[in-house]
Design a protein around this ligand. Structure first.
Ligand code: HEM
Length: 328
């Protein structure tokens, strides 16, 4: 086994494709296998890896503490059922040993062997599930889910289940348009990135999936890095940065990658936004010299406004120093 494989990076969606980074829509068809220096990723749209049960348990813990991370809207009930069926079929097709989904007449059966649970229900009838369809499927997948509805020529975030947001608040975003959500992103609005991306999404034919990757750095492997949970992670991150040694930075600072899928649902026509969150520590990244070199080049070149928006003002020089030392 290579060192990258031992570090769990064999299927890591390394996001940086050039030595410089600027905002673009960077969309490509979903489900395409992408080779990397450490292995390959992207052959599947959903993910059920060795950490599946841990991620499901972490999501359940966050939902117990803050049930407001699930938001539904009666107007999107059809889209919720669409989401449930799409994801159950996907999981069953992509991980046949772990999941099975079947429909007989009006009834459906979902078997989740990874969690050891089965559900018999009638699609379209919420009384046959223990909770709403979006929450039900959200508790079976590791991805965050947002549903966007198209009206008045724009996309609006109207429902979802988000427990692993990176630096934003799902309850705050709900009800906003695609353009409003991206209002704070520097440069990209002026460059027309979001106008083009929204037009692309609205033209997406039913059933089609596209994907993109996004990235950030953060201290500690904290999945719920949302603004809603800032009181829990922000003071600890600040304390860490004030006292961390170079070894601490190598072990406890992570590249956080979001593999995002955008899917136009077949029946309702809503757009489903899926976010799968992955982490690699700097020490792990350094096991793949091409990745460490790429991160160094990107961070060195990154304009200050993008670095500031990504919360890298204090971290950037520390990450650069640490990766230089690790790859010397
Ligand atoms: C083609 C589709 C999309 C593109 C090109 C896109 C692009 C981007 C980019 C470039 C950023 C800045 C990220 C960073 O520097 O770390 C961003 C942030 C963000 N995106 Fe998207 N995105 C897309 C879809 C979506 C969708 C469907 C949602 C639905 C909720 C969404 C929600 C967000 C949020 C909440 C942020 C953080 C904004 C903030 O700082 O408050 N994005 N997006």
């Amino acid at each position: 086994m290579t060192r990258a494989a031992t570090a769990g990076l064999a299927d890591f969606p390394f996001p940086l494709v050039k030595d410089a980074y600027r905002y673009t829509a960077n969309l490509q068809p979903g489900g395409q296998r992408q080779e990397t220096e450490a292995g390959a990723w992207g052959g599947a749209i959903t993910r059920a890896g060795p950490d599946y049960a841990d991620l499901i348990a972490e999501r359940a813990r966050i939902l117990r503490a803050d049930p407001g991370r699930v938001i539904t809207d009666p107007a999107l009930r059809a889209a919720e059922w669409d989401t449930l069926r799409y994801l159950m079929r996907r999981l069953a097709a992509e991980y046949p040993a772990g999941f099975r989904y079947s429909e007989t007449g009006e009834r459906a059966r979902w078997e989740n062997r990874l969690l050891g649970s089965t559900a018999d229900f009638t699609p379209g009838d919420p009384a046959t599930l223990p909770c709403g369809p979006l929450e039900f499927i959200g508790r079976q997948v590791v991805e965050d889910l947002v549903l966007l509805d198209e009206r008045e020529g724009h996309l609006w975030a109207e429902a979802g289940l988000v427990t692993f947001a990176s630096g934003w608040s799902f309850p705050f975003v709900i009800g906003s348009s695609f353009q409003e959500i991206h209002g704070p992103v520097p440069r990209a609005n002026a460059d027309g990135v979001f106008t083009r991306a929204e037009a692309f999404l609205m033209a997406l034919p039913p059933g089609q999936a596209y994907r993109r990757v996004n990235w950030a750095f953060q201290p500690f492997r904290v999945l719920d890095h949302s603004m809603d949970a800032a009181a829990a992670w922000m003071p600890e991150a600040a304390r860490f940065l004030a006292t961390a040694t170079e070894e601490d930075i190598a072990q406890h600072v992570y590249l956080r990658v979001e593999l995002q899928h955008l899917i136009r649902l077949e029946t309702s026509g809503a757009v489903l936004f899926l976010i799968d969150t992955r982490f690699a520590s700097l020490a792990d990244l350094a096991t793949v010299p091409a990745w460490a070199a790429r991160v160094l080049a990107v961070l060195t070149d990154l304009p200050d406004d993008i670095a500031d928006y990504k919360g890298l003002r204090v971290l950037r020089p520390r990450v650069i120093d640490c990766l230089r030392r690790l790859t010397e």
